[in-house]
Design a protein around this ligand. Structure first.
Ligand code: XLS
Ligand code: NI
Ligand code: NI
Length: 481
C-alpha cells in the first residue's frame, strides 16, 4: 500500500523504459481521481460513455469516405467458405490501447485519455476495463489480450497483487457478457526489477518461483475468463553477455518452467493453446526464442512439441532479419502456427515500433499463409500495436484499429483472389514438376541412395534447368492486390 500511497503525492508518475510502453503512467487528473485504496466516492464508476459521439463501427464499402467505417472488413461476408470474422478473429491488446501513453525514451506521455485520473489504483483499473469493453463493443471485436499487470496494479506482496487481479477480473468477466473473450492472457514477467536477469531463466531461484506463481495465477484468470490461448513472451529470457551466463542451464530451466506450465494447464482443465512468442532481442541483447525456427528446435529438443504453438509477431519477424511471411511459413510447415500478433515495424527504423499494419502487400502475404493453414483458430489476430506518439485524440484509437482491420481484410480479399485465380499456385506446381516423376517420388520417399542417383546423373548428362519465373511470380501477386 505504501507504494501506492506515494502516488498521491506524486502527481505525474512516469515509469519509462526502452521503447515498449507497458508503463504505469499517470495522466493529469481530469475527472474524480480514483482513491488509491480503491474507492472514489460515488464516481469510482465512470458515468456515461467513454467514447461519446462515436457510433458502432459499420462496414460501408470501399467507396465510403467515412473514416469511422470499415471499407474492406465486412464481418459476415463469406470469403473462401468462411466468414471474414472467422478468418480474422481480431483482438485488441489492452496494454497498448489502454496503457500506452505515447511516452518514449526521450519524452513523457502525450495521451491523456479523459477517463484516466493519474493513478494506478484498482478503481482506475476497473474504470479502464469499462472503457475497454465499450471500445470492443463499438469496434465490433470479440477478443482482447492482456498481461496480468496491465489490467490490475501490482501490490506489495504476491498475495495482494493476486487480490487486485481477482477484483478486476471479476468485473471483466461481468463486462465480457457471453460474446467477448480473451484471445489470450499472459503474465508480465519483464517490467518489475526482480525480473532484470530474466524470469524462468533468472540466476535466482526465488525469481524463478515468483515467475511460476505469476504464470499459475495468470493461467487461472485466463481460464476463468474463457481465454482461448495463453502466451509466453520471454522478453528478459536471454542474456546481455555469455561471459556471465550458463546458457545451457538457463535453457534447461526454461524447459522445466514450460513443462510445469503444461502440467498445470492439464490439472486445471484449461483447454487453451499454449503459445511461445519469438523475438530476437529487445530488451535483452539476445532473446532465447529468437525466431520461429529457434523456438521449434527448442520445443523439439525438450519434448514439448505437441504442447505448444507459436505466436508470430510481424515486427519481431523483421527484427530477426526475416519477413513476417517467412516466420508464418516456418511456423506453418512445422505445424506450429498458432496466433499472429498483427503489427509491423518501420522500414527505416530498427526496433519494435509496434505499428498498426497498413501495407496491403504484406497483409496479403500474411493472409496467404493463414489460408494455406486453413485459418488459425483458436488463434487470431491480436493488434499488438500502438498509436503513434503524435496521435492523441480518442478518435485515433478507433481509426488505428479500423485501418489495421481493413488492411488485413484487404489482404484476405487479395489472397483469396490469388488462390481462386490459381496462376501463382500453378507456377509453383510447375516449378517442382520434375519431382512428380517416379524417380522424384522415390527421392521424396527417402528411397533413393547416392549410388542410384549417381547412375541416373551419368545416364542423363547435364540437366536442363528451367527459368524460375521470378518476375512473373511478382506480377501475378501484384495483379491480385
Ligand atoms: C513485446 C511483445 C509483447 C507480447 C506479450 O515485444 O510483443 O507485447 O506480445 O507479452
Ligand atoms: Ni507481441
Ligand atoms: Ni512485440
Amino acid at each position: 500500500m505504501n507504494k501506492m500511497k506515494s502516488g498521491r503525492v506524486v502527481l505525474l508518475l512516469l515509469l519509462c523504459w526502452n521503447v515498449a510502453n507497458f508503463a504505469v503512467i499517470a495522466a493529469a487528473p481530469q475527472t474524480c481521481p480514483a482513491n488509491l485504496q480503491g474507492q472514489c466516492g460515488e464516481s469510482e464508476e465512470w458515468k456515461g460513455e467513454f467514447f461519446p459521439g462515436i457510433p458502432k463501427i459499420k462496414y460501408e464499402g470501399p467507396n465510403s469516405k467515412n473514416h469511422l467505417a470499415f471499407k474492406w472488413y465486412n464481418a459476415e461476408e463469406v470469403i473462401l467458405g468462411k466468414k471474414m470474422k472467422d478468418w480474422m478473429r481480431f483482438s485488441v491488446a489492452f496494454w497498448h490501447t489502454f496503457r500506452g501513453t505515447g511516452g518514449d525514451p526521450f519524452g513523457g506521455p502525450t495521451k491523456f485519455w479523459p477517463w484516466e485520473d493519474g493513478t494506478n489504483s484498482v478503481a482506475m483499473a476497473k474504470r479502464r476495463m469499462r472503457a475497454n469493453f465499450e471500445f470492443l463493443n463499438k469496434i465490433g471485436v470479440d477478443y482482447w489480450c492482456f498481461h496480468d499487470r496491465d489490467i490490475a496494479p501490482e501490490g506489495d506482496t504476491l498475495k495482494e497483487s493476486n487480490e487486485y487481479l481477482d477484483e478486476v477480473v471479476a468485473l471483466a468477466k461481468e463486462l465480457q457478457g457471453s460474446k467477448i473473450k480473451p484471445l489470450w492472457g499472459t503474465a508480465q514477467l519483464f517490467v518489475q526489477p526482480r525480473y532484470m536477469h530474466g524470469a524462468a531463466t533468472s540466476s535466482e531461484l526465488g525469481v524463478y518461483a515468483y515467475a511460476a506463481a505469476q504464470v499459475k495465477k495468470a493461467m487461472d484468470v485466463t481460464n476463468y475468463l474463457g481465454g482461448e490461448n495463453y502466451v509466453f513472451w520471454g522478453g528478459r529470457e536471454g542474456y546481455q553477455t555469455l561471459l556471465n551466463t550458463d546458457m545451457e542451464r538457463e535453457l534447461n530451466h526454461l524447459a522445466s518452467f514450460f513443462h510445469s506450465a503444461v502440467a498445470y494447464k492439464k490439472k486445471i482443465g484449461f483447454n487453451g493453446t499454449l503459445l511461445i512468442e519469438p523475438k530476437p532481442q529487445e530488451p535483452t541483447k539476445h532473446q532465447y526464442d529468437w525466431d520461429a525456427a529457434t523456438a521449434a528446435n527448442f520445443l523439439r529438443k525438450y519434448g514439448l512439441l505437441g504442447e505448444f504453438k507459436l505466436n508470430i509477431e510481424c515486427n519481431h519477424a523483421t527484427l530477426s532479419g526475416h519477413s513476417c511471411h517467412h516466420e508464418l511459413e516456418t511456423a506453418r510447415i512445422n505445424g506450429l502456427l498458432g496466433n499472429i500478433d498483427a503489427n509491423t515495424g518501420d522500414p527505416q527504423v530498427g526496433w519494435d515500433t509496434d505499428q498498426f499494419l497498413t501495407d496491403i502487400s504484406e497483409a496479403t502475404m500474411v493472409m496467404l499463409s493463414v489460408i494455406r493453414n486453413g485459418g488459425i483458430a483458436p488463434g487470431g489476430f491480436n493488434f499488438d500495436a500502438k498509436l503513434r506518439r503524435e496521435s492523441t485524440d480518442v478518435e485515433d484509437i478507433f481509426i488505428a484499429h479500423i485501418v489495421g482491420m481493413d488492411t488485413l481484410a484487404r489482404g484476405l480479399r487479395s489472397a483469396a483472389k490469388l488462390v481462386e485465380e490459381g496462376s501463382l499456385t500453378e507456377l509453383v506446381r510447375k516449378r517442382y514438376e520434375s519431382f512428380d516423376s517416379e524417380i522424384g517420388k522415390k527421392i521424396e520417399a527417402g528411397d533413393a541412395d547416392l549410388e542410384f542417383l549417381e547412375k541416373k546423373a551419368l545416364e542423363w548428362g547435364e540437366p536442363k534447368v528451367p527459368s524460375a519465373k521470378q518476375e512473373l511470380a511478382e506480377m501475378l501477386f501484384q495483379s491480385a492486390l
